[in-house]
Design a binder for this molecule. Structure first.
Ligand code: MN3
Length: 273
């Protein structure tokens, strides 16, 4: 009887290990190929309630894993965005700042390993469901991880110019023209006192809006979907622009990746309509 149980146990553990390995491999594959379309991942632990309005935020087609959180590779070289951002800033920003948010998020989650089954987006969307002792850390570091993951993707060495596709029409409809939109976006970025972000979001009512957030707060905590965002922390621009945030905001449009922004907009349109 004991032998039978032991065999059964060994079989069970091997099963769990194989499933674990499978998930680890999937994770590895998707992080290596960020442009590859993959199905939206859902939390593995089904005992945690899953909201019906799951809007993936970092990648339009999947959510950010927290088991553990991983620093994504930059989709271009450090000097790829020289038209707006110098290589040294990109290196520090990605390898140090973003990496630190990832490390700190994982460290916080060590205290509550049960949360690792939730995606970063899911935690940020319902911060009250995160235990109080790590809530602030998840807000700041989970937000930092999510914001920067979006940020790297919505910029490109081949970016800039006029918006294209559906987002171009939507911007014209909502803000009157691309120039009017840019002006309002830059003003909102300049108005954010201290550190934070400026965003174009789709509101819960489906409207395009420009908002800014303090620190590393992401609009999904307010129920909006981030379509594009610019980092207005000094670490994002100080080496080249020093205190001239307005110059950075103006120049940044030279690297904006409209095809990725269209992709994000289309995914959220489909999910919210
Ligand atoms: Mn930053």
């Amino acid at each position: 009887m004991i032998k039978f149980l032991r065999q059964k146990m060994a079989f069970f553990i091997t099963g769990i290990a194989l499933v674990g390995l499978l998930f680890a491999c999937q994770d590895l594959q998707t992080s290596e190929s960020q442009t590859q379309a993959t199905p939206t991942t859902t939390p593995i632990n089904t005992s945690i309630p899953v909201t019906t309005t799951q809007v993936p935020a970092a990648y339009p087609d999947r959510q950010l894993s927290a088991s553990p959180a991983q620093l994504p590779q930059l989709p271009y070289a450090y000097d790829g965005l020289e038209k707006a951002i110098d290589a040294e800033t990109m290196k520090l920003h990605h390898d140090r700042h973003h990496a630190t948010y990832v490390e700190n998020l994982n460290q916080a989650l060590e205290k509550h390993p049960e949360l690792r089954n939730r995606s970063v987006e899911l935690m940020l969307r319902d911060l009250n469901a995160v235990p109080e002792d790590i809530r602030e850390s998840v807000r700041n570091n989970g937000g930092g991880h999510l914001n920067h993951t979006i940020f790297w993707q919505i910029m490109s060495p081949n970016g800039g110019g006029q918006p294209t596709g559906v987002i171009a029409e939507q911007i014209n409809q909502t803000f009157g023209s691309f120039d009017a939109f840019k002006k309002q976006f830059n003003e909102a970025g300049g108005d954010r006192f201290g550190s934070g972000w400026v965003w174009l979001v789709r509101s819960p009512q489906g409207q395009l809006q420009i908002v800014n957030t303090p620190n590393q707060d992401n609009p999904i905590s307010d129920g909006s979907y981030p379509i594009m965002g610019n980092d207005v922390w000094e670490h994002a621009y100080y080496l080249r622009y020093q205190n001239r945030r307005a110059d950075y905001l103006n120049n940044w449009w030279n690297v904006v990746n409209w095809s990725e922004i269209n992709r994000r907009f289309q995914v959220t349109s489909q999910q919210q309509s």
